[in-house]
Design a protein around this ligand. Structure first.
Ligand code: GDG
Length: 474
């Protein structure tokens, strides 16, 4: 396979802290050679295009520092205050500022200019996520003819919502600079097609090649997975065993429900707490029989909506605990701290119920990690939002509408009383799929589809014509 140039907002730190996605990308880079390029997370007074090269776990990484204004407008601004809420259907939180849009374009152009000399003729370029939507077009502007693929890790919003973004049409047109675009689910892919057809007048072929003018873009649905084997191994590590036992001991025989989410409004934490409150109100006999452990490491603290959700959740957890706690029982344990992955695996294994109830989520890897960490002889039950991309694959979970406190409450009861045989049957089906469509499967699907794309400056093959037929290059 060709060398791979992976470009993403941040580059993995490597080592034990890296999640499955980063580990898979590192494995691909190790196997095929190449570079992982992105922002260091650091700042500089004056952007000069200086690149910091490192070797992390035998993988070459290249990072750049950004100016304060870049970080404010591109990262805290357009990425986190415009695109993230909009793509999660939260136009009530989305902020449309010209300065953010300008900063976003400027930083993407900086990425393009800086990575340019690192790209060799046969390399395949793989751009990750919503921070970098225009990067393909910027690279083409510098004459890059390599195959370039783009993967979107978050949902693609419905057409009318996307049209609230002043530069929506221009942004989607720019995506046609890529050769391949991947989504987690068919639903997000179809939303993209709808925009192309209805707003841009483009066409979509039966095999999902979108065409706009003289440019075409292959679309695939390719759900990201986890490293299921690694996660199952983590779950049987000493740390996981110890953590599992500690957490179980602390619950003193009560059933544990666990949630593990970045502290983000898309994850439905407030609605989850309200659903649990409802459950406690409706089922007084279950009080003191359950404990909700919510792990929510803070994220994007520089953005106001993230500060607000923190305050709201603290208030809500306090209110519920105040109303129901007794001398020897507290209904919610709410922890604003990150844990090591092996400890997390132990927490998942200790929990009778995994609560994954985002209001909207591209995929949600926690759902898959929870399943991978279970004891096959006594697996827990996954309660999963219908609005997580994972719901399109994990149909044996108890699927819920996270906006409905009643549905959440019913699902909690159903999970608590579910017989062992049913738990095993549901878990086995989900586990088979988590193992089969793991993160290496995802990586191979995407890179194979990219390799199958025509190089940008190669003439199009038209059936019936010899390959040297006089067809204009696009
Ligand atoms: C985006 C999309 C899509 C959480 N707490 C701790 C911790 N985590 C880890 C989890 C999991 C990861 O963070 C979260 O992944 P998600 O998929 O749930 O969500 P996002 O971060 O929003 O990711 C999402 C994903 O991209 C991949 O395409 O699935 O839809 O939003 O791995 O375990 N990890 C550690 N300590 C913690 O306390 N070590």
């Amino acid at each position: 396979m060709s060398r791979l140039i992976v470009i993403s907002n941040r580059v993995s730190a490597g080592g034990g802290a890296a999640g499955g996605l980063a580990v898979a990308l590192m494995a691909a880079l190790r196997e095929n050679g190449g570079i992982w390029f992105g922002w260091s997370g650091g700042r500089t007074d004056h952007f000069t295009g200086h690149i910091n090269f490192h070797i992390e776990d035998d993988v070459r990484t290249a990072t750049i520092d950004l100016e304060d204004q870049d970080i404010e407008e591109y990262y805290n601004g357009y990425a986190n205050r415009t695109l993230w809420p909009l793509f999660h259907y939260r136009i009530d939180l989305a902020e449309y500022e010209r300065s953010f849009a300008g900063g976003y374009r400027r930083v993407n152009e900086r990425f393009a200019e800086t990575v340019l000399p690192l790209i060799e003729a046969e390399d395949h370029v793989w751009v990750q996520d919503y921070h970098m939507l225009p990067l393909g077009a910027d690279l083409r502007g510098h004459g890059v003819t390599n195959r370039i693929g783009f993967f979107l890790h978050i949902p693609w919003p419905p057409r009318k919502l996307l049209m609230t973004l002043p530069e929506a049409r221009e942004m989607v047109e720019m995506l046609f600079a890529y050769d391949l675009m991947g989504f987690h689910t068919q639903e997000w892919l179809e939303s993209f097609c709808d925009f192309v057809r209805e707003e841009l007048g483009g066409t979509i072929s039966e095999d999902y090649v979108a065409t706009l003018g003289d440019r075409s873009l292959k679309l695939i649905a390719c759900p990201v997975g986890i490293d299921a084997r690694e996660f199952a191994e983590l779950a049987s590590s000493t740390t996981a065993h110890e953590t599992c036992q500690r957490v179980k001991d602390s619950a003193v025989g009560r059933a544990l429900m666990v949630g593990v989410d970045r502290l983000d409004y898309s994850k439905g934490l407030e609605e989850r707490f309200l659903g649990y409150e409802r459950f406690l109100t409706e089922h007084p006999e279950e009080r003191k029989e359950v404990v909700l452990l919510q792990i929510a490491p803070p994220s994007r603290g520089a953005v106001e909506s993230y500060q607000r959700i923190r305050t709201t959740l603290e208030g809500l957890a306090g209110r519920i605990n105040g109303a129901y706690a007794g001398l020897d029982w507290v209904p919610i344990r709410y922890v604003n701290q990150a844990y090591a992955r092996d400890a997390l695996a132990g927490v998942y294994r200790a929990s009778r119920i995994g609560l994954v109830t985002p209001l909207m989520d591209g995929m949600n890897l926690v759902a898959k990690e929870y399943v991978a960490a279970q004891d096959p002889n006594d697996p827990g039950v996954l309660i999963l939002s219908r609005f997580a991309g994972a719901a399109s694959q994990m149909k044996e979970a108890i699927l819920v509408n996270p906006h409905s406190a009643e549905e959440l409450s019913d699902a909690m009861l159903q999970a608590l009383v579910m017989p062992l045989e049913e738990r095993k049957r549901r878990w086995t089906t989900m586990m088979e799929d988590v193992q089969r469509r793991d993160v290496m499967w995802w990586l191979k699907e995407f890179t194979a589809a990219l390799a199958a794309c025509r190089q940008h400056d190669e003439p199009e093959q038209i059936e019936g014509l010899p390959s040297d037929g006089a067809v204009e290059a696009q």
